[in-house]
Design a protein around this ligand. Structure first.
Ligand code: HEM
Length: 248
C-alpha cells in the first residue's frame, strides 16, 4: 500500500508538466502544480460564490457586490454557476487528497492535545503528525460535507417550482448555515496559512516548504520523505544557530 509519502513524491501528470516547481537546497516539494492549480481554482470560485451569495442574501448590506457581477439579476443568474465551479474543482481536489486526508487513530490522539497546538506550548508538532494534521483534515471533511449540502440545497433553490415551498425554505436555511460554517473555517485557514504559521503560503505559491517548516509542523512526513529524525534535525539546527551566534 502506498504511504502518504509515496503519494506526494513527485509523479507529474499532464497539468504538472504545464508548470514548473523549483525545489531549492534545504526545501521539500509540498504541492505539485496540479494540486496548486486546483487549490486556487477552488479559492477563486469560493470567493465568487461568496460575494455573489452575499449580494443576493443581504442586498441591503452588500449592495456594492452586485454591480461587480453586472447587477442584481445577473448576480442571481451567475451565483449557482460559481457554486458549481467551486464544487467541481473541490471534487477533483478531494480525489487528489483522499488518501492523505483519511482519518487515522493518530489524528484522534492529535485532537486530544489540540490545546498544546493552539497555545503553541511545543516547539514542534506531535511526532505522529503526517502530511496533514487532524485540524487540516477536519476542515477538509467539513468542506466535503458542505459541498454536498450546497449541491442538494442549491439545486432545490434553483428549481423552486419542482420541489415546493416547504422544501425550498428548508433548503435556504441549510444552504446559508453551510456557507457561514465554511466561511468561519476559511477565515482561520487563511490566517494559519499566512500570518499564523509563517512559511506555509509558499506551499501553495511555489509548491515548496523549508525543511525546518516540515520538521516543525509535519514531523512524520519530514521523516518519511527525508529518512531523517525530525527531533535530531531540530537539535542540530539549534546547535548551528548557537555556533553562529558565538562566532558573530
Ligand atoms: C487567500 C486564500 C487562501 C490561502 C492563502 C490559502 C492557503 C493555503 C495553503 C498555503 C495551503 C497548504 C497548507 C499545507 O500544505 O499544509 C492550503 C491548503 C488547503 N486549502 Fe487553502 N488557501 C486559501 C483559500 C482556500 C479556500 C477558499 C479553500 C476552500 C474553500 C481552501 C481549502 C484548502 C484545503 C482543504 C487545504 C488542505 C488542508 C489545509 O491545509 O488546511 N483554501 N491553503
Amino acid at each position: 500500500m502506498a504511504t502518504s509519502a509515496d503519494r506526494f513524491m513527485h509523479r507529474p501528470n499532464a497539468i504538472d508538466r504545464l508548470g514548473k516547481t523549483v525545489v531549492y537546497v534545504g526545501e521539500l516539494l509540498r504541492h505539485p502544480v496540479y494540486t496548486r492549480f486546483l487549490h486556487w481554482m477552488v479559492g477563486i470560485f469560493f470567493f465568487l460564490a461568496l460575494l455573489s451569495g452575499f449580494g443576493i442574501y443581504l442586498p441591503w448590506i452588500f449592495r456594492f457586490f452586485t454591480p461587480l457581477f453586472g447587477g442584481g439579476a445577473m448576480t442571481r443568474l451567475l451565483h449557482p454557476w460559481f457554486g458549481l465551479g467551486f464544487v467541481f474543482f473541490f471534487a477533483l481536489q478531494a480525489i487528489n487528497w483522499w488518501q492523505a486526508m483519511t482519518w487515522t487513530p493518530a489524528d484522534t490522539r492529535w485532537m486530544k492535545t489540540i490545546k498544546d497546538y493552539i497555545t503553541r506550548s511545543d516547539s514542534m508538532e506531535s511526532a505522529e503528525t503526517g502530511f496533514f494534521n487532524a485540524g487540516q483534515k477536519m476542515m477538509f471533511w467539513e468542506i466535503v460535507c458542505g459541498s454536498i449540502a450546497y449541491v442538494i440545497t442549491g439545486v432545490m433553490m434553483w428549481f423552486p417550482t419542482t420541489f415546493g415551498r416547504i422544501w425550498v425554505s428548508i433548503a435556504y436555511v441549510i444552504h446559508d448555515i453551510s456557507a457561514l460554517i465554511m466561511l468561519f473555517g476559511i477565515f482561520f485557514h487563511i490566517y494559519l496559512s499566512t500570518f499564523g504559521e509563517p512559511g506555509t503560503i509558499q506551499a501553495m505559491t511555489r509548491g515548496t516548504v523549508s525543511e525546518a517548516w516540515a520538521w516543525t509542523h509535519h514531523p512524520r512526513w519530514y521523516k518519511e520523505v527525508t529518512g531523517r529524525d525530525p527531533q535530531q534535525a531540530l537539535t542540530e539546527a539549534r546547535q548551528r544557530m548557537e555556533q553562529q551566534d558565538r562566532t558573530a
